[in-house]
Write a protein that binds this ligand. Structure first.
Ligand code: DAH
Length: 356
């Protein structure tokens, strides 16, 4: 065996695999050095000692060479890997597109936060609603013009769907049979649901989607949002209503914001008003919604329902006020958006203008 050639071969081993092969070749169980050592016993003592010493030296030399080459190869591999994975920190990064809240969500949050500061709770209700909550209990009987087919999306159940889908009342009871089913045309039905489930006093606002069977144009959409408010207690007056809406005006339009009320008719309030807010920046009034003192009919409908559920009547002697306003309408006016249909066409060029 040529030890010099062996050491040189190890020193030149191109990779770890090959190096391992060489290790086996010389030092493995059947390796050259190992085999040679096994034959020592057959030699005369003198020769044996001398040859044994040489073989041990070779073995040691080979081990050192293998170790050294292994360290070298590993270092080379590491360097290669580092080079390959090097980051060029001077390269410009990717700009990840960032999402954001829809303009409608922003307005809803803005409104809701103003009312939160005034001690209101925020609740939500179902979008598929029974005729009873959307109309009847709100003092809108069958003959009321607002119930025209023009205005309302009716929901028809076929047999299969009827079993799969029910409308639940305030206590989870099945109210699918309380008249037909509609896509709620306003958030006012939640007044009834909430009153049935809670006893006064309370203050709530209800943001939510509403639907109207409408020919869409620049100022009409079949789906939009409202914010409903309801306050009930033993001594709630019209002055409280005016105070809260005025506070909303200041919350939206600053210190100089104020509200104006004009009498009008809604079946579920008496007296009823429409309200506008003064926009100091533009020096103009914005008609934003309707409001009024809760009609006694509602309290009676609610108490009757409670009684049917085995609950005590809770609204005798109570008064309250309510309001409802359009969310998109506020945004349209405030930002000068020319067409309500822009809201839900999801064109980013439109939506991005309202990122915070
Ligand atoms: N529900 C009415 C609508 O959709 C808005 C409204 C008016 C709500 C007067 C109220 C109210 O709570 O008191 O046009």
């Amino acid at each position: 065996m040529d030890i010099e050639a062996a050491l040189e071969e190890i020193g030149r081993a191109p990779n770890l695999e090959r190096l391992q092969g060489l290790k086996v070749h010389y030092l493995g169980k059947n390796g050259q050095v190992t085999q040679a050592m096994k034959t020592l016993g057959q030699l005369p003592p003198e020769e044996r000692r001398e040859k044994g010493r040489v073989l041990n030296e070779w073995k040691r030399a080979l081990e050192l060479a293998l170790e050294a080459r292994e360290a070298q190869l590993k270092e080379q591999a590491l360097q290669a890997q580092l080079e390959q994975e090097a980051l060029d920190v001077s390269l410009p990064g990717y700009a990840f597109p960032s999402g954001g809240l829809h303009i409608t969500s922003r307005i809803v949050l803005e409104l809701v936060n103003i009312f939160r500061r005034l001690g209101f709770s925020v609740v939500e209700g179902p979008e598929v609603e029974s005729e009873f909550f959307n109309f009847d209990a709100l003092n809108m009987p069958e003959w009321h013009p607002a119930r025209d087919m023009q205005d309302t999306f009716w929901v028809e159940f076929n047999r299969a769907a009827e079993e799969a889908f029910t409308i639940q009342g305030p206590f989870g009871e099945d109210v699918t049979g309380l008249g037909g089913a509609v896509l709620r045309t306003h958030t006012s039905g939640m007044q009834i649901r909430y009153m049935i489930q809670h006893t006064p006093p309370f203050r709530i606002v209800v943001p939510g989607r509403v639907f109207r069977y409408e020919q869409t144009d620049a100022s009409h959409e079949a789906m939009f949002h409202q914010l409903e408010g309801l306050v009930v207690g033993p001594n709630i007056t019209m002055a409280d209503l005016k105070g809260a809406i005025s506070e909303l005006a200041r919350g939206l339009f600053g210190k100089e914001g104020k509200a104006r009320f004009q009498p009008t008719f809604f079946p579920f309030v008496e007296p009823g008003v429409q309200f506008a807010m003064w926009w100091p920046e533009r020096q103009k009034w914005l008609e934003l919604g309707g409001a009024g003192m809760v009609h006694p009919y509602l309290f009676k409908a609610v108490d009757d329902y409670r009684e049917r559920q085995g609950l005590p009547r809770a609204y005798e002697g109570m008064t309250g006020w309510a309001f409802g306003m359009g969310v998109e309408r506020l945004a349209l006016l405030r930002y000068g958006i020319p067409d309500i249909r822009y809201f839900y066409q999801n064109r980013l060029s439109f939506l991005r203008q309202f990122r915070g």
